[in-house]
Design a protein around this ligand. Structure first.
Ligand code: PLP
Length: 327
């Protein structure tokens, strides 16, 4: 870090180049570009694929608003899709939303869950993998972000590789990458990450897999010791998640659950704060699976920094709230 400050190259210095190269190598991608945030990386990928006015881009309803906004920002129309019981869009659901104007699909690997499934490749529409919540998630020997040629991630402070701010896009397509670099300079408003953040990123990447292992360890304790009904979502995705979130399924009343955990000093969250279809005026009837998952989701803490003692205490509190029929 001191070397970065001394070098005077705080905008595009050697750490940025190193960070891009190491991130690309980690994923096994040919090219990476460090951007100001994940949304800008998404916009650059869409624009470089020629997507704009009059085009439609499919995304899940079960994701944060930034993905919708990033599509609108290139002038295209976001089209919402339901997810399956795992929280993932499937080829069947996506097919129902395809029109002659569909030019891309944003496949969100939500909560760390690898969303890739059979049939997606046959849709013959470019699929951009959103790995903001699932960087490093490995399923059947393949990492998220490597199923198609286009992927992006976020380094927002809330993410598994949280650097405060920043994002990165990845592609294997050299011609497209050259277009991306050119577009970035033409558009002018897309920012880059900084060399200081890149230096942090390089050092976090060295320890990143340790954090993933710790997440798996905590998830294994939760899975073994928490009630199986509460664990029914996890039972479906256990082998395909890096556990960015550990989400219980509960029939209880959300505010009551949140406040009850808080009485013990534990912060639980919904995972996503609202469903996009509700936000943009569509009915729950069209999105039954996402609506059910959202209503029942209780995301309990799974940060790698948690001690065994804290993990056991969360398990006990969860047990207690289940006994009291709050969960
Ligand atoms: C799934 C998902 N996609 C996209 C984004 C947008 O990333 P950023 O906040 O870096 O623009 C985020 C994070 O906020 C996210 O969680």
């Amino acid at each position: 870090m001191a070397n970065t400050l001394k070098s005077g190259l705080l905008s595009r210095g050697k750490n940025m180049v190193e960070f891009e190269e190491e991130m690309a190598a980690y994923l096994g991608k040919k090219h990476a570009l460090f951007t100001g945030n994940g949304t800008q990386a998404q916009m650059l990928l869409l624009r470089s694929l020629g997507i704009g006015e009059g085009d439609e881009v499919i995304l899940p309803t079960y994701v944060c608003d930034k993905v919708w906004k990033g599509i609108e920002a290139v002038g295209a129309q976001p089209v919402l899709c339901d997810v399956d019981s795992k929280g993932c869009m499937t080829a069947d659901e996506i097919s129902r939303k395809i029109t002659p104007n569909t030019k891309a699909i944003i496949l969100v690997h939500i909560f760390g869950i690898n969303s890739w499934s059979d049939g997606l490749a046959q849709l013959n529409i470019p699929i951009i993998e959103d790995i903001c919540q699932s960087f490093g998630s490995l399923y059947a020997d393949q990492k998220t972000g490597t199923f198609t040629s286009y992927a992006f991630t976020s380094f927002h402070g809330t993410k598994a590789m949280g650097l405060g701010e920043g994002g990165m896009l990845f592609t294997d397509d050299t011609a497209l990458f050259e277009r991306i670099i050119q577009l970035k300079s033409e558009l002018g408003f897309i920012t880059s990450g900084t060399d200081i953040i890149a230096a942090l990123g390089v050092s976090q990447l060295q320890r990143y897999d340790e954090g993933l292992m710790r997440r798996k360890e905590i998830a294994a304790s939760y899975f073994e010791k928490i009630d199986s009904v509460l664990n029914s979502w996890i039972a479906e995705i256990r082998d395909r998640s890096m556990f960015f979130r550990y989400v219980l399924k509960s029939q209880g009343e959300w505010e009551h659950i949140r406040e009850s955990y808080l009485e013990y000093g534990v912060h639980v969250r919904k995972g996503v704060d609202s469903l996009l279809h509700r936000q943009y005026g569509f009915s729950d009837v069209e999105f039954p699976n996402a609506t059910q998952l959202f209503e029942q989701a209780v995301s309990i803490p799974i940060l790698p920094q948690l001690t065994d003692e804290q993990v056991n205490s969360i398990i006990e509190i969860t047990h207690d709230l289940k006994e009291k029929r709050i969960l």
